[in-house]
Design a protein around this ligand. Structure first.
Ligand code: AMP
Ligand code: MG
Length: 502
């Protein structure tokens, strides 16, 4: 082994974590114990101070060299027994067979002041599930995942979190040679639909049941007592997952988030946004936008996400069928998705329009504005923010000026103002305050990430931390940062190509 690397014999790093058995207790059919593969001379690229605090770490402790070693996989955290989990999945609509944590290594599940959390290192080396991959992640995609995880959390969207990114000059070959990085990801659980598909597809019903029971015990205990769906706990689990997934995707659609690779192995059993790869926040509103350059068919286009989520839930239902027993029950458990998603979307879009309680008739207002935005390819985030400022009492001109079709906008805005007048408090500014609290000023646009990445490649991480700070309070004004971070994307933004390569 390279002499500059910490050796496995090095003493462990004690950050005071108390571990609990967690996923590891499911047994060897579910994972392989292994050690991360060290990387030379790690350096800190980004740290989420708020998450560090939530987990009970001091930011200083995390920046110490031994902590950087621990979160790069060079030294073990005291008491940690790292492992990689096995799962399978459907990728781009096709059964892909066994996949698994090919580059993510679970350090364990820790008790923290914020509850139990799994801590995982993404990019920490090869595992038995790496297939042809090198087990590594490159700096650019690690920065994107880090920033987006924390951005989504601050937007109030369920997501896995990211504590830090460390980098190393160790080269990684993709389309060109890049450098490696490791993201420390944190979530109550990283279990995916694909974990269930794995055991189900192999007819391993005992393991399937053990996994479902684990998830129920830990995360959905209420389903045991439910009398819905014939009192079948597994059907109830499926229903709960469907509802959480519906709520999550409604939030994606409302904020203009395109996930880009909604394979069933990238769907969380907890309804968390997971596996940030070729994602994008929409710039100009285009309902059919495809953010993943590898997605030639547009399977994961923005406006297909709700249907794809349902398709993925259908795969989960099929995987759970041996436990549920009756196909009709499994289908019945999926049924609420068809009502919960539209309700959630209406309520989110209504909130964006300043409506405390959107009703069915408000769908016309929502559809009307989305049609205008699509026709004019209007910037999605800027539109909502300017509309919010108008509702808060400012002149309509900044939002109106976004539209070439002024008459179209005026007609829509008239109907919107009439509707707002019926709200409690009317158009006296309280709607504006509500809107400014749900329509973010700062989102992780591709070009903003790209600029921070370019800077980071020159070992200057100020751009990463400045952008992170804005994304962590996306509804605040931060006027000093208007020009650099809240404006229209530059022309070159549309030529950024983000693919599955990461
Ligand atoms: P993704 O499309 O990122 O969700 O990855 C799909 C599968 O490929 C998962 O099993 C990953 O762990 C695996 N994978 C992706 N990139 C790598 C890599 N560089 N090395 C090993 N496995 C990888
Ligand atoms: Mg994945």
């Amino acid at each position: 082994m390279n002499a500059i690397l910490a050796s496995p014999a090095d003493p462990t790093v004690d950050l005071g974590l108390r571990w609990r058995p967690g996923f590891a207790s499911l047994g060897p059919a579910f994972h392989t114990e292994l050690r991360p593969t060290p990387l030379p001379a790690p350096y800190l690229v980004g740290l989420s101070t708020p998450l560090a605090g939530e987990l009970g770490f001091s930011a200083d402790a995390l920046q110490a060299p031994e902590a950087l070693d621990a979160f790069t996989g060079n030294r073990l955290l005291a008491g940690s027994r790292p492992l990689a989990t096995v799962y399978s999945g459907h990728q781009f609509g096709v059964w892909a067979g066994q996949l698994g944590d090919g580059r993510a290594i679970l350090l364990g599940e820790a008790h923290t002041p914020a509850g139990s959390h799994e801590i995982q290192l993404k990019g920490a080396g090869r595992t038995p599930y790496s297939r042809m991959g090198d087990g590594r992640a490159v700096l650019r995609s690690s920065i994107r995942e880090f920033l987006c995880s924390e951005a989504m959390h601050a937007l109030g969207i369920p997501t896995t979190r990211a504590l830090m990114v460390t980098g190393s000059d160790a080269p990684v070959r993709r389309e060109e040679v890049e450098t490696s990085a490791v993201v420390t990801r944190v979530a109550p659980s990283f279990i995916r639909f694909g974990h269930f598909e794995h055991f189900s597809s192999r007819g391993q019903e005992d393991e399937l049941r053990a996994l479902a029971d684990f998830v129920i015990e830990r995360f959905y205990p209420e389903v045991r007592a439910s009398e819905r769906l014939g009192g079948n706990p597994y059907a109830n689990l499926l229903e709960q997952v469907s509802e959480r997934t519906a709520a999550m995707v409604a939030q994606w659609q409302a904020v203009g988030f395109c996930h880009g690779v909604m394979n069933t192995d990238n769907m969380s059993i907890l309804g968390l946004t997971i596996d940030y790869g070729p994602f994008q926040f929409l710039d100009a509103f285009d309902p059919g936008h495809i953010c993943n350059h590898s997605d030639h068919e547009g399977r994961y286009a923005f406006n297909r996400q709700p249907n794809i989520a349902y398709w993925n839930l259908f795969c989960l239902a099929q995987a759970l069928l041996p436990l549920i027993g009756e196909q009709d029950l499994a289908l019945a458990a999926l049924e609420p998705y068809k009502t919960v998603f539209p309700q959630q979307l209406l309520s989110r879009m209504g909130a964006k329009l300043g409506l405390a309680q959107a009703v069915e008739a408000d769908r016309l207002l929502v559809e009307g504005v989305l049609k205008l935005l699509a026709e004019g390819r209007i910037d999605y985030t800027i539109f909502w923010r300017r509309l919010s400022h108008h509702a808060a009492g400012q002149s309509p001109e900044p939002v109106r000026d976004l539209f070439a079709d002024r008459a179209g906008f005026d007609a829509w805005a008239l109907a919107w103002r009439e509707r707002l007048a019926q709200e409690p408090g009317g158009v006296d500014g309280s709607a504006g305050a509500r809107m400014l609290a749900v329509n973010p000023k700062y989102v992780l646009r591709n070009h903003l990430g790209e600029l921070a990445i370019r800077q980071a490649r020159n070992k200057d991480y100020a751009g990463v931390s400045e952008l992170l700070a804005l994304l962590q309070s996306p509804f605040a004004d931060h006027p000093a940062h208007d020009a650099a971070y809240a404006g229209f994307p530059p022309d070159w933004a549309s030529s950024i190509e983000i693919s599955c390569s990461s």
